[in-house]
Design a protein around this ligand. Structure first.
Ligand code: THU
Length: 129
């Protein structure tokens, strides 16, 4: 994936991070998921006073894309209040339902430059029914 495309996806994630509803953790996350049809589906974390119903930014993006009929994805960019912000274990499993092990997970390095790691590196030997 080209650096400019990675930057664009990170920008969309940053823009969405502003909408995070995170009054409890005060940690905002934004995600931008690129579908194979070229469209981008975004998500932010949405917390709840009962804590357990909280949903991560990545899952909001995946579930929204699926609701729009998309099931094939090329990349996801994630930004959080700390850099880099890596997807939690639950979100890795959700991504593995729809994405190949080779799918790049894009994040901002400490130098502010886009970097990527594959889903398979983050979740090797993932569960498949
Ligand atoms: N969070 C995400 O949105 N994505 C992750 O991959 C890690 C954690 C959210 C959940 C919660 O609202 C806050 O960050 C602190 O855990």
């Amino acid at each position: 994936m080209e650096k400019n495309e990675m930057k664009h996806l990170l920008d969309r994630a940053k823009e969405t991070q502003k909408n995070a509803y995170s009054p409890y953790s005060k940690f905002s996350v934004g995600a931008a998921l690129l579908a194979k049809n070229g469209k981008i589906y975004v998500g932010c974390n949405v917390e709840n006073s009962s804590f357990t119903p909280t949903c991560c930014a990545e899952r909001v993006a995946v579930f929204s894309a699926v609701a729009y009929g998309q099931r094939e994805f090329s990349a996801i960019a994630i930004v959080g209040d700390t850099t880099p912000c890596m997807p939690c274990g639950v979100c890795r499993q959700v991504l593995s339902e729809f994405c190949d092990n080779s799918m790049p997970i894009i994040f901002e390095g400490k130098d502010g430059e886009p970097q990527s790691i594959s889903l398979g590196e983050l979740l090797p030997h993932s569960f498949k029914l």
